[in-house]
Write a protein that binds this ligand. Structure first.
Ligand code: IVH
Length: 690
């Protein structure tokens, strides 16, 4: 290989006529890019900037385009993802991917150590390695003669899903192993999303009005199972190896420490922090150190894995059906902390639900500082009997809302009282009603309760609904206080108060005009967004789209009865009843009339245009790229068909785009005819119809 070429020099030289020939240059670029991948993902010691890396990659890609014969399967250009597959194949693991037993406290760790030593009939201590328990999804990579040939998820441990194309896009997965690789080796490890990438991807999702990921693990697991590997790549997933499956060839190093070092030599990233411990006491101390470092780690862990260090002892210990006898997972408890609760407030939400909220002295837990935590509902409050002045335990698990676990009774001050449950709305004074099996407390003053009004307007302007930028909770409250707005439709009459607004200190002409422009611009939102904005219970994004598609305008939706609503695929009894109740309400009717004077989108007129889909049910799934889902479904309806949200034996056609998942798989299984979006457009030309 032409590794003697100095870094960065050849970009010009390769294109020049003299110098290096294309094959040599491509080989050099491949090696160089592999080397930089290792420096970055394995050694954490990059030598060049991302831009520089991208330049080298681009050069290689250009060379391969010009000389397709130079493309090799392990080329670093082969990590960008390929066109979607219809479904994943199955892979039977050569060696099962077992699970691990769990320990939750010190006593269980001691018991594990004793089991190990009893089994080995050994009095002296056993050495262990403590590794991070990475909170992602496990992946098995098969290399034949050093080349990545297959990647599989764990599945049920015996059979997994073949996700090779996706795995190629995961950062840190070598397409070729470095050094003298065995004839066959399965490398096993975890695919995860770093906290930084998670935060960035969620910011981007929110900016696009999409639902954010719940936590990095879900994002990683969903990412690895995308049918379109280009979408997997966008998630910027990372791989870390920790063990092997089948191996043909050289003997595996004896010790776990040496095995991890071997993985790194082969170019596989290994999570830092693996620590060898001479005995179980040292393990317990090491765990405390990991726990202290946990908030500062670049990714989530849900515990540590403790493994017998010596490979020969592992052999003797063997496996049970569940997992190896030589390893155990120590699971961290959900992150908890103690703090003082100085008050309980009752928060009134958009739908009138009244929820007890603990007001706390600020406390750092699970990587964030919190000062409020939910107590869920009055019956939970009574059960936990937390009192104002109590020291309470708060808990944050994953990305869920922090909650109060309970009081620390030993620290309860004198003279506390159980917290009374209000009988009247804390905001508007209306008597509260119990509903839902007497668990949920609700304010029935739907229209005039200021808290519900505020929450309703916040919902209407939010990204997922009308997406009116620059209008946050503070502004809305301020405008309400000033009397400039009084409800949702009045937002569209805000312009009348422009003069007063501009003269308000702290607002200023520019920001007022920006807000007014954003409100004006929101008039162009599609029908489904307006329906979301109404804030009908159980009517979220998916249902709103279904309703928009089925009814085409607000008037038709407003007069639909329950039977007609339930005829819309995926709309059930409960949702249909809520919709009918909402539109039957006099005040809602007035609100709707006023709103329609400003915002009244319709799906392109709904008169029939043809009958190619007469009597047929068509499902669109995945991301559509050239048309909106509404357009696609409206097209089907206007040509006599019924767009549906789920696939069954009765489905006549499934049109799929990137990211299609279970619906596509089901369609395949049922033998429903399939089309890509491009094929659909080619055959029917939906975007050209008047
Ligand atoms: S070793 C025989 N090491 O935890 C199983 N697993 O609860 C060998 N995991 O399925 C697994 N970090 O997905 C091992 N450092 C680590 C790990 C780890 C995370 C996952 C893995 C496994 C699960 C078991």
């Amino acid at each position: 290989m032409a590794t003697h070429l100095p870094l960065g020099l050849g970009i010009v030289a390769a294109r020049g006529s003299g110098g290096v020939n294309a094959a040599e240059r491509a080989a050099w670029l491949r090696d160089e890019l592999h080397r930089h991948n290792r420096l970055y993902y394995v050694d954490n010691a990059p030598e060049i900037s991302d831009t520089e890396y991208d330049r080298l990659l681009r050069e290689l890609s250009d060379l391969e385009t010009a000389h397709p014969e130079l493309l090799t399967p392990d080329s670093p250009t082969q990590t960008v993802g390929v066109a979607p597959v219809a479904a994943f194949g199955e892979v039977r693991h050569r060696v099962p991917m077992l699970s691990l037993d769990n320990a939750f406290d010190e006593a269980e760790l001691q018991a594990f150590d004793q089991r190990v030593r009893r089994f080995l009939a050994q009095d002296e201590p056993v050495r262990y390695v403590v590794e991070l328990k990475l909170d992602g999804v496990s992946l098995s990579l098969t290399y034949e003669d050093g080349l990545l040939t297959q990647a599989a998820t764990r599945g049920d441990g015996t059979t997994g899903e073949m996700v090779t194309a996706n795995a190629r896009t995961v950062r840190g997965v070598p397409l070729r192993l470095a050094g003298a690789a065995p004839g066959l080796i399965e490398i096993r490890g975890e695919v995860l999303m770093t906290r930084a990438d998670f935060a960035r991807l969620n910011d981007e999702k929110l900016a696009r009005g999409e639902t954010p990921f719940v936590n990095p693990r879900n994002a990683a697991s969903g990412g690895l199972r995308q049918l379109d590997s280009r979408l997997t790549r966008e998630r910027r997933l990372r791989f870390f190896g920790y063990t092997f499956g089948a191996i043909e060839g050289p003997a595996v190093p004896e010790d776990q420490g040496a095995r991890l070092a071997w993985l790194r030599e082969m170019g596989v990233p290994v999570a830092a922090h693996a620590e060898e411990c001479p005995d179980i006491e040292a393990v317990i101390q090491a765990i405390a150190r990991v726990q202290a470092q946990r908030p500062d780690l670049p990714f989530d862990i849900d515990g540590v894995v403790i493994k017998v260090a010596d490979g020969a002892l592992r052999e003797r210990l063997g496996d049970t059906a569940r997992g190896p006898r030589w390893a155990i997972a120590y699971k961290f408890p959900a992150e908890q902390a103690m703090t003082r609760m100085h008050a309980i407030t009752w928060q009134v939400g958009r739908t009138g639900l009244v929820v007890p909220v603990a007001e706390l002295d600020p406390i750092y837990v699970g990587g964030v500082t919190i000062s409020r935590a939910t107590l869920h509902n009055p019956s939970e409050l009574r059960r936990k009997d937390v009192r104002v002045g109590d020291t309470v335990i708060v808990q944050r698990a994953g990305d869920v809302i922090p909650e109060v676990v309970g009081p620390v009774l030993e620290r309860r001050p004198e003279g506390t009282e159980p917290v009374p449950v209000p009988t009247e709305c804390p905001v508007c004074g209306t008597p509260l009603l119990y509903g839902e099996g007497d668990i949920l407390l609700r304010c029935s003053n739907k229209r005039a309760c200021p808290a519900q009004l505020l929450a309703g307007i916040i919902h209407f302007v939010s990204r997922g609904a009308m997406d009116i930028a620059g209008l946050g909770e503070k502004q809305i409250q301020f405008f309400l206080d000033k009397g400039w707005i009084s409800d949702i439709p009045s937002l569209y009459e805000l312009g009348r108060h422009r003069e007063a607004m501009v003269n308000e200190p702290g607002l200023g002409q520019q920001s007022v005009d920006n807000i007014l422009a954003a409100i004006e611009e929101s008039k162009t939102r599609p029908l489904s967004r307006v329906i979301i904005g109404l804030g009908i219970r159980f009517v979220g994004e998916k249902t709103s789209i279904d309703l928009a598609t089925a009814f085409g305008n607000l008037d038709a939706l407003a007069v639909a009865d329950e039977a007609r609503l339930q005829a819309v695929p995926d709309i059930g009894e409960r949702t249909a009843a809520e919709i009918v109740t909402w539109f039957a309400d006099d005040e809602n009717q007035t609100l709707l009339e006023r709103l329609k004077a400003h915002v009244n989108p319709t799906l392109a007129d709904l008169e029939p245009l043809g009958d190619q889909f007469a009597g047929q049910t068509v499902v669109f799934t995945g991301k559509l790229e050239t048309m909106t889902r509404e357009e696609a479904e409206a097209y089907v309806r206007r040509h006599g068909g019924t767009p549906a949200g789920s696939v069954s034996k009765k489905t006549n056609l499934v049109v799929y785009g990137p990211g299609a998942g279970s619906k596509l798989a089901k369609a395949e299984q049922l033998g429903v005819p399939l089309m890509t979006e491009a094929e659909f457009c080619e055959q029917y030309r939906p975007l050209e119809s008047p």
